[in-house]
Each structure stands twice: as structure tokens, then as C-alpha cells.
Design a protein around this ligand. Structure first.
Ligand code: MG
Length: 461
């Protein structure tokens, strides 16, 4: 893996890494940069064994800047002679599914996922419908500044539109062997849904209605801007929490702008935290079949407790869903994802999918015949504290100093620095998508987790 998370050392430049390209529109993410990346991706997809094929799937989230970027990406791809199938505003996983089903050579989603509204970016899919892996990313990045083979007027690409992908994606979920449509429909779950006016605004109500749910739509209007900061964390979900209580709903769902992260609010109006999304999905899948689980080093140890119950093994990777997807493929794992609310079911599609997560959790609820708060009570409870600080100049030196201080304690350096105690841990890692350092800690008590984070921050600033 080469270290090109940032183009240079300045913190205000665009960011390129395992999650694609990201920047602030009008500042670090200019049409020139987007054109460079889009045309390089066109070249990348045309290189190698599939030189004669050049079909790219294109989608975007609902950010207003998406329109400007869309024209730039289309222009870049057409100029290289690519055939584009545009599937409109859609979840990120839908593009992955479309790449695979249409046997395309690649895919681009115009999104910056959970970043604030001023951000946007591009996520790149390889022809197998997963994000580019580190080797592919390296090969692609090497093309950015190379001379382009721009085509003459009679060899330019062509743009096609397809708009039935909500139906295809949702049918694929409903047809999963784990989903008993009659069982879920009989429950007639009342669900409050917060899409934050993101790309899920059309897909998610459609799925829930297909599952026989009574849906209370909160912020499901694509024409509007985000109603709250986009990360589906408890502090941003006040309206959802209120509405679940007010409407006496069975569950509240919040999804991020490109629909790969899912957070749950219990029927009591208590946010469960994103960690419990993957925990619930894992508990459900492991109750159906035996197999390995893959997640990243930042994910709660509740996954280990659940896996233990079913005699399953948990494998950990670096943060970044491509690493989880790659390990799932290599080990033939049956369920995986990330503690930020991202669920991957490889037999469905090897990309995090919030729609899939909703369906699995509703099926789990229907089969257990328990309120969500009771279902979660079966798991050991951990407090996780997640903090972020700005990436300082002396970060690496200070990290080394911190490491020396914990000499003798179990330390893992596969992803940043993770210090593991008996039933608690703290992890320090640079973000792949923003110029910040994330500090996560987990312990049996809130005070202990906060203390771990506090001590680390003191050493780093
Ligand atoms: Mg996302």
C-alpha cells in the first residue's frame, strides 16, 4: 500500500485514498481536479485485458454540488471514449451492484459519503463491483498526471440513462434467502426513517413499504439540503429520537447521504449507536449459518462476544471497507462490515449497504418477536467514545512517545496504534478521508472509555 492519502503535506489539499477522492467544493475540489480523475479513470478502465470494453456506471448522491461535478465527470469519461450508463441519484452500493450486473468495466459515485455539505468527491469501483483495492488504486493514481488519449469527434463515448435501479436493488434484497417477506409484513412495523434528504430518500421508503412497514418519513426530500450534520451519530439524530417516541414507532433508522451507513434508534427513543448495527446483523446471520466474520480494528468487541456464542472466528483489518471486502473474499467469510454502521453480506454484494442492513434487522426482529431494546439487551454492553482532533505537525513523534509509554501492554500497529487492555482498548489513527486524527476507546464504563481518550489526547496535543 503506498502512502498517498494526501496529494501533498498541506492539510487543505484534496484527499485521495482507499475511499476515493474527496475535497471541499470551490476550494480543494475544483472541476480541473475532477476532470483529471474522471479521464484518468476512463483510461484506467480501458487498459489491460479489457481494452476493447469501456462501460462505466455513474451515480451520485443528492448534494447540490453533484450537478456541477456530474457534468465534469461525464465530460472526462466521454472524452476518453467511454460508454456511460448513468443511474441517477442513488446509494453507493447500487452502483456496485449495477457494475456487476451490467458487466461494466468500472463505476463512479459522485459523493463524499458522511462528510459535511461543503464537501464532495468521487468513489471508484472496479469491474467486480467493489472499490478499487490498494494495488488498483496505485495503478489508477499513476495515470492522473499522464498525457490523455483524448478521442476525436467520431470516437467520443456515449451517455445512456437508466432509471430502474431502485427496483432492481430492492428486489435483490427481498429475494435474499434470509428474508421471509410474509413474516416481516405480518409485523407491520412502524418505522421512522431519517434519510437526511440524501440518496436514500427514494430507495429506503420504497424498501420499507415493500416490507409492509408503516413509514414515517423524516427528511426524505432529494430537493432539499441535509437537515443535520451527515454522520448518523446520536448527537445528529435529535428529531429522529423525538419522532420515534412521539409516533410510538417500533424502530428508527438513520442513514448517511450515500446509504452505506445505518444507525438505529430503539422503540424507547434510545440511539443504540452505530456499532450495534453490525452487531445485530452479525447475530442474525450467524444464527442462520456457520462461518467467519470480518471487521476492522476500530469496531466494538461486542462482535467478538457474539461470534463466541456461535463458535465463529472474527478477523480484523485496517479501516476502509475495501480491506474488509478483500478479507471476506479471501477467507470466504459470511458476514462483515464496519462498526460505523456498515454491513457487508458477501453473498449479496461485497459493499456496505444500509438498505440490506435494515432488511436483515427487521427480519431479526420479526423472528425473535421482541422489541429492539430487548434484542440488544442480550449483548454485553460497552461504551465507545469517538473523538477527533486536528492532525498536528508533530503527530508522528508524539505517537511514538505514546507508544513508549504503554510498553509492555498489547499493542497492534496494523491500523494506526491500538492499545489493548483486558476488557478495554484505545485506538489512534489518521482518518482516510479528512485531515484529522480519530481516537476511539471502548470500555465497560463510560468514565473509563472517556478517561482513555482524555489521556491519549493530552499526549498528542
Ligand atoms: Mg457513506
Amino acid at each position: 500500500m503506498q502512502s498517498y492519502k494526501k496529494r501533498d503535506n498541506s492539510v487543505d489539499s484534496f484527499i485521495f485514498g482507499p475511499s476515493g477522492l474527496r475535497g471541499i467544493v470551490g476550494k480543494t475540489l475544483s472541476p480541473e481536479i475532477v476532470l483529471k480523475f474522471a479521464s484518468a479513470f476512463g483510461e484506467y478502465c480501458k487498459s489491460g485485458a479489457n481494452a476493447s470494453r469501456d462501460k462505466i456506471i455513474l451515480g451520485r448522491d443528492s448534494r447540490k454540488s453533484g450537478e456541477m461535478l456530474w457534468h465534469t465527470v461525464v465530460s472526462g469519461l466521454l472524452s476518453c471514449g467511454c460508454q456511460i450508463i448513468d443511474i441517477g441519484i442513488c446509494p453507493t452500493p447500487t452502483v456496485g451492484i449495477a457494475v456487476k450486473m451490467k458487466k461494466a468495466d468500472g463505476g463512479i459515485v459522485i459523493t463524499s459519503s458522511h462528510n459535511p455539505i461543503e464537501w464532495n468527491g468521487l468513489k471508484f469501483f472496479s469491474k467486480d463491483g467493489t472499490f478499487l483495492n490498494p494495488e488498483q488504486n496505485k495503478k489508477f493514481f499513476n495515470l492522473i498526471d499522464k498525457k490523455r488519449d483524448y478521442k476525436p469527434w467520431n470516437r467520443l463515448g456515449k451517455l445512456y440513462f437508466e432509471n430502474r435501479w431502485d427496483e432492481i436493488h430492492i428486489k435483490k434484497i427481498i429475494n435474499l434467502r434470509y428474508i421471509d417477506l410474509n413474516k416481516i409484513r405480518k409485523k407491520n412495523f412502524k418505522v421512522v426513517l431519517d434519510c437526511n434528504n440524501g440518496a436514500g430518500s427514494l430507495y429506503a421508503p420504497y424498501l420499507l413499504k415493500s416490507l409492509g412497514c408503516e413509514v414515517v418519513e423524516l427528511f426524505c426530500d432529494l430537493t432539499k439540503n441535509f437537515s443535520h450534520p451527515p454522520e448518523p451519530q446520536a448527537r445528529n439524530l435529535k428529531r429522529l429520537i423525538q419522532e420515534v417516541e412521539k409516533k410510538k414507532a417500533d424502530i428508527g433508522f438513520a442513514i448517511d447521504p450515500d446509504v452505506d451507513r445505518l444507525a438505529i434508534v430503539s422503540e424507547k427513543g434510545i440511539p443504540l449507536g452505530e456499532e450495534y448495527t453490525l452487531a445485530l446483523a452479525t447475530d442474525f446471520i450467524l444464527s442462520k449459518r456457520k462461518g467467519d466474520v470480518v471487521t476492522n480494528f476500530s469496531t466494538s468487541q461486542v462482535i467478538d462476544d457474539i461470534a463466541k456464542k456461535y463458535n465463529a472466528k472474527v478477523h480484523r483489518t485496517k479501516v476502509g471497507e475495501i480491506y474488509v471486502a478483500q478479507k471476506l473474499k479471501k477467507l470466504k467469510g459470511i458476514i462483515g462490515g464496519e462498526g460505523n454502521g456498515g454491513v457487508i453480506l458477501p453473498e449479496f454484494h461485497p459493499v456496505r449497504d444500509a438498505l440490506l442492513g435494515m432488511a436483515l434487522i427487521l427480519q431479526h426482529l420479526a423472528e425473535n418477536n421482541l422489541p429492539i431494546s430487548e434484542l440488544v439487551k442480550k449483548f454485553p454492553f460497552y461504551f465507545m467514545v469517538k473523538k477527533a482532533i486536528k492532525l498536528g505537525k508533530n503527530f508522528e513523534n508524539r505517537l511514538e512517545r505514546l507508544k513508549r509509554r504503554y510498553k509492555g501492554i498489547r499493542i497492534s500497529q496494523i491500523d494506526g496504534l491500538k492499545i489493548e487492555f483486558k476488557d478495554s482498548w484505545v485506538q489512534i489513527r489518521k482518518s482516510n478521508t479528512e485531515p484529522i486524527v480519530r481516537i476511539f476507546a471502548e470500555a465497560r464504563s463510560k468514565g473509563k472509555a472517556e478517561g482513555l481518550v482524555r489521556n491519549v489526547i493530552k499526549s498528542l496535543i
